[in-house]
Design a binder for this molecule. Sequence first.
Ligand code: UGA
Length: 431
Amino acid sequence: MKKSIIIIGSGYVGTVVGACLAKLGHQVTCVDKDEKKINKLRRGFSPIYEPGLEEIIRANLFQGRLHFTASLPDALKKAEVIFIAVGTPSRTDGSCEMKYVWQVAHEIGRNLEHYAVIIDKSTVPVGTAGKVKKIIAGYKKTEFDVVSNPEFQREGSSIKDFLTPDRIVIGADSPRAKKIIGEVYDKIKAPKLFMDTASAEMVKYAANAFLTTKISYINEIANICERVGADVDVVAEGVGMDRRIGYSFMKAGLGWGGSCFPKDVKALHNLAFSDGYDFKLLKSVILVNQQQRELVADKVKRMLGQKFKGKTVTVLGLAFKNNTDDVRESPAIDIIKILQKSKIKIQAYDPIATENAKKVLNHKVKYFSDPYKAASGADALMIATEWAEFCDLNWKRIKKLMKAPKVVDGRNLLERAEMEGLGFEYVGVGK
Ligand code: UGA
């Protein structure tokens, strides 16, 4: 059934949720304090890079189902369903910065004058739905319900993940709210799992923590594979074929990054700690992840030889993974910083993340808009993001352009036999 929905926060999650709900036929208004962002969206431009998103925004703007505003009080007037999708970044101690969620809750409390369902979409500590409820109730203006509905989309495949999810997790206490949220998602064919709000909030953390555990685990297996002469990709296939284990998130590499995993894993660890529980497994998962960057940086240095200081390394890929311009907690960025500390010069190329990388790296990095130019004169090259286009590069040409044909493939993207056949010295991860 068609609903009047507002989405507060037009970031990676909010923009996709808003556009997709409009695509499903709802009347959607996206709200963000940043007027520049809103104006861009009104003209049909996405503030983030996400394949297919601009097409959906434009189609739904045209059909009058998608609107953008910087005024939350105006947007609240007709809202039946209110999604909170503002940022919850990590504080220095690893806990979640919740001030944006609390600000929004206060603003809803001050301005909402009719029944609505308020949905926490941001990843938030367990107990947040209860706190949001308390804040809004403090204004005593109207009846309302607060629901927790965590999101499981991945950057780069957000639209598909939103429209065809494995499940929809809904933490709701009232039958009225359950009915409404069921209607919001009635066109999505996926199991709807109803539970209490605290459990729904926990599902999100437990899922992300499990996925990082899987990646850190396979990275440790990769490190052992290197010592015993096994190939981690083949091992992951052999292990993953067991349906109890599965293939996904078994790709060894530079360790996990991005705006979610590092933040959520730290937040869960912190949550456990502040409730008196020492989550030892998760602590190790984090340590292994930090170590993986160091190990790959060591491989680059070893390839350069003892006199690595002053040598030049080309880094292909800056984004934390392919199909995104996001460099938050990107392993590529961390490894560049480690190499720079050892006085290694960096030349870098990424198809779309360069502008974001410039904001977090120092001015000494030389950026190129062409991978071949980036490789010219380099003493070694490292693949740091699994962009498909790197597989299709003319490696014969790259070999001629480099000072020394040496490749550290941090994503196991290329075939060793082919690279060695071309005359490269080639090192992957776990093989
Ligand atoms: C992750 C989760 O996969 C989503 O389900 C979740 O909704 C999202 O966080 C979130 O909490 O908002 P995302 O951060 O977009 O999604 O990216 P992933 O595809 O999960 O990759 C995360 C990191 O793990 C990347 O650095 C990636 O390169 C790395 N990774 C992933 C591996 O090293 N190996 C793998 O096998 C898979």
